[in-house]
Unconditional design. Structure first.
Length: 413
């Protein structure tokens, strides 16, 4: 794509079948928000939903809402809704805890199900919390297991009879590279390994088919593309074929077969309910449900198609406008292995991103040198990405990033 102009992007906005969804979000005027892969914006419906939960369900109905408002059923009800977005039949997804805790639960279960194998296989650039939880679990199990980290291109050749579980983030958080879920899962199964996929950067952004790919376990968060709000609860997937054999390492009371019997001895519940630990966070789950309902209504395949078009065009626009600067594409050029983000390397990446944010283009930075832009098709316009590229060009051309305040690292990057 050459000689792109703003008129081309404006024409695409005028024929966009998803354009009406933008009005369902509360977005600051004048801001180009390209960071929904870190925190999705606020759906307007969430405001009323939270007010109702607080004022009526909590304020008036009080404890009766566990039954009357269906609070106790939220983890499985919402889990089944998320299942529609990730290719999972009912009864295999539950909303609970954080992504980190769910990583721990699923890895512990996988190792217990593969007692004669001792290797957790992953990549050097997997999301750190997944690797940290694996390291902590290995220590707690007495050091009998090892975490083997390899380059992403070499995963298949390292799958062998020693591997107990392969754990990968489906879309790499830095580069946006998407792994072959079906192919790698099949390869893992061929050598007797189980798989655990982290969907933090894919759920709600692209088409996922957990059941069809024969995935064993999966986890994901609710605050990125699902627009559940800061700190929204996570979800966990366990394939039906494993549910009876899943050993719950965090045997909390709501994972009990009959929690209100208050028996001293733990007896695991049947099915996906076994993977609960403690009391559901009702307010945050209510917010998450609003975001998930919107994603279901929009159709994930339509979302994915627009995402690919947005990322294709953004790469082309940046490379056209900024060709005289040392920006190097980190994201796969091949759309078939690309998630819903575009990342570039630049030696002054942090300062450049701070300058962009000051100019109302919000993305984020990932060490050591990546500027990252997330594309969320329900509210991102085609003209937004052209305008973002123009502003990036201006910042690079004028060296507007070269200011002390833009180089001062903040706690959150």
């Amino acid at each position: 794509m050459k000689n792109l102009t703003r008129e081309h992007f404006l024409a695409l906005d005028q024929t966009d079948p998803l354009v009406a969804y933008r009005e369902q979000f509360q977005l600051p005027a004048g801001m180009i928000y390209l960071d929904g892969n870190s925190l999705g914006p606020l759906p307007k419906a969430t405001i009323g939903r939270l007010a109702n939960v607080a004022q009526q369900e909590w304020g008036e109905w009080l404890i009766t809402s566990w039954n009357k408002a269906g609070w106790m059923d939220m983890p499985t009800r919402l889990g089944d809704k998320i299942g529609q977005l990730i290719g999972a039949a009912a009864g295999q997804v539950i909303v609970a805890d954080s992504t980190s805790i769910n990583v721990y639960k699923t890895l512990a279960a996988a190792l217990a199900m593969n007692p004669d194998k001792h290797v957790i296989l992953s990549t050097h650039d997997n999301f750190p919390t997944d690797l940290y939880m694996a390291q902590g679990l290995i220590d707690q199990l007495g050091g009998k297991h090892s975490l083997k980290l390899v380059d992403g291109e070499a995963i298949a050749e390292h799958l062998n009879d020693d591997v107990a579980v392969l754990t990968l983030t489906h879309v790499n958080y830095k580069t946006g590279r998407k792994y072959d879920m079906a192919g790698l899962t099949a390869k893992a199964h061929d050598c007797g390994a189980l798989t655990m996929w982290d969907l933090a950067h894919s759920a709600g952004a692209l088409t996922v088919q957990l059941d069809a790919c024969m995935v064993d376990f999966a986890v994901g968060c609710g605050y990125k593309y699902l627009n559940g709000g800061p700190g929204a609860p996570a979800f966990l997937y366990v394939a039906n074929r494993h549910q009876a054999n899943f050993s719950q390492p965090l045997s909390g009371w709501l994972g009990h077969a009959n929690p209100f019997a208050f028996d001293w001895k733990y007896e695991p519940a049947e099915g996906i309910a076994r993977y609960m630990c403690g009391t559901p966070p009702v307010l945050s789950m209510s917010a998450l449900e609003c975001g998930v309902d919107m994603m279901i209504a929009a159709d994930i395949d339509a979302i994915r198609e627009k995402s690919l078009h947005l990322t294709d065009l953004f790469i082309a626009a940046v490379e056209q406008l900024c060709e005289d600067h040392p920006l190097r594409l980190a994201t796969p050029r091949d759309r078939n292995i690309r998630g819903s983000q575009v990342s570039f390397h630049h030696p002054e990446g942090y300062a450049i991103m701070q300058a962009l944010i000051a100019n109302q283009v919000v993305g984020d930075f990932r060490a050591p040198d990546i500027i990252r832009f997330g594309f969320t098709p329900l509210y991102t316009r085609y003209t937004d990405i052209w305008d973002a590229a123009v502003i990036l060009k201006h910042i690079l051309d004028t060296k507007a990033w070269d200011r002390p305040e833009w180089k001062q690292r903040k706690k959150v990057t």
